[in-house]
Design a protein around this ligand. Structure first.
Ligand code: GLU
Length: 448
């Protein structure tokens, strides 16, 4: 088949085959616009057909998880691991347990992960996995039994130099511990096959904080680029998980006023700004609570509003940190109208295409998650290198390295994202092109 050379041909090739995979097509669409001109200008890239090869996962593993819960009932779930691209290192990316998980969602996440991982500069390929298992309301024992059954299937496909999963939505330290224990028992190997492990068994300092802290380090760089600073800014944060809470904490420590957190059931609003101790309370309690935000309302840390989102609150900066496609066109309109000038994604693809277009039309600084939330996987890369050396590094040095990596990603985005004769920085374009060059060069160098 001839190499496909324009946007329409390549997109059509994917759309006809995967027409029902809307999240995957959305993520590919976001990237193709920016990279096809680079591809067309490079004979090597064309000769090696890098774009089409980069859009398609190298391998997708599907398995059924039949398991017996703590009441002795049989449950059946679906599981996947999408091993997208391994040209730059072992497949690397998280596991998500959520009823919305399907092959389209995991393909979009694995595709994005390749670009994100390329931006970190560390030797990591891209992958993603998970299950439609819903952990909400489950006992600790059920979580353990499910994690063990999931790993019994997954273990034959992963390894410290092959594929290194980590956490994502609903997969945190507890789940990684159970998954890791099962891998170790089955393989009789203590190796860095998962990241996000406990500090007692190969985990790294700063891994838990890294995505949220990294987002704020990136925000620091964006502010400096625009001759301003985070101190005194009003920030809205969506989400109430690990990323949202650590972003809120770091922004607060840097003098911002964080006025919201949210979850799928509603919004916590604190007009005066959450205090560090409020956020630390949430960090300590959120995994144990059914709704930490409602608990915070009862402790007078803010007002809980059922079924509301943060996007109608006046603010300077928005940090969507919950999940994909959570911020729509009407939300973008409300943010712009209320004075928001910067949107940095803590989650993966939280802004819809239409919301993104509106931001760039109004020259709002918009940073895609593949750049601004890369801190988590960057720290995972550092956890892998510590595991390879059987060492544990100092938290302060790791935090400094995280900061340096985020600043470097920012500079890559600026270098590739400046439009000719204009001072508006297109961070999406910058991130896509910088990551693509690295991936494409690795693919050309290693042949077909
Ligand atoms: N799930 C995170 C992400 O979306 C972290 C992945 C990892 O550490 O491998 O980047």
């Amino acid at each position: 088949m001839k190499q496909l050379s324009n946007f329409d041909e390549i997109y059509q090739f994917l759309a006809t085959r995967f027409g029902n995979e809307k999240e995957y097509l959305q993520a590919v669409h976001e990237v193709l616009h920016d990279i096809v001109p680079i591809y067309n200008a490079n004979e090597q890239y064309k000769a090696f057909d890098v774009v089409r090869r980069l859009c398609l996962p190298e391998r997708i593993i599907y398995f059924t998880i039949s398991w017996s819960n703590s009441d002795g009932d049989v449950e059946v779930n679906q599981g996947w691991r999408v091993q997208h691209n391994s040209n730059m290192g072992p497949y690397k990316g998280g596991l998500r347990f959520h009823p919305s998980v399907n092959v389209s969602v995991l393909k979009f996440l694995a595709f994005e992960q390749c670009f994100k991982n390329a931006l970190t500069g560390l030797p990591m390929g891209g992958g993603k996995g998970g299950s439609d298992f819903n952990p909400r309301g489950r006992s600790d024992r059920d979580i353990m039994l499910f994690c063990q059954a999931f790993m019994r299937e997954l273990q034959r496909h992963i390894g410290a130099n092959t594929d290194v999963p980590a956490g994502d939505i609903n997969v945190g330290a507890r789940e990684i511990g159970y998954l890791y224990g099962e891998y170790r028992r089955l393989n009789n190997k203590f190796e860095g096959v998962l990241t996000g492990k406990g500090l007692e068994f190969g985990g790294s300092y700063v891994r838990t904080e890294a995505t949220g802290f990294g987002l704020v380090y990136f925000l620091d760089a964006v502010c400096a680029e625009h001759d301003t600073h985070i101190e005194g800014k009003t920030v809205v944060v969506s989400g109430a998980g690990n990323v949202a809470l650590h972003a809120a904490l770091k922004a607060t420590q840097k003098g911002a006023k964080v006025i919201s957190l949210s979850n799928s059931r509603g919004l916590l609003h604190n007009e005066a700004g959450l205090s560090e101790s409020d956020i630390n309370y949430a960090i300590e309690q959120h995994t144990a609570s059914d709704n930490i935000l409602r608990d915070m309302d009862s402790k007078k840390m803010g007002q809980w509003h059922e079924n509301k989102t943060p996007w109608n609150l006046p603010c300077d900066i928005a940090l969507p940190c919950a999940t994909q496609n959570e911020l729509h066109e009407t939300d973008a309109e409300a943010l712009i109208e209320n004075g928001c000038t910067m949107v940095l994604e803590g989650a993966n693809m939280p802004c819809t295409n239409k919301a993104q277009s509106l931001f760039s039309k109004h020259r709002i600084t918009y940073v895609p998650g593949k750049a601004s939330n890369a801190g988590g996987v960057a720290l995972s890369g550092l956890e892998m290198s510590q595991n390879a050396m059987f060492s544990q590094r100092d938290p302060k040095l790791l935090d400094e390295e995280l900061n340096d990596i985020m600043k470097h990603i920012h500079s890559l985005c600026v270098a590739e994202g400046k439009e000719n004769g204009d001072d508006y920085i297109n961070y999406m374009k910058g991130a896509n092109i910088a990551a693509f060059r690295r991936l494409a060069d690795a693919m050309v160098a290693q042949g077909i």
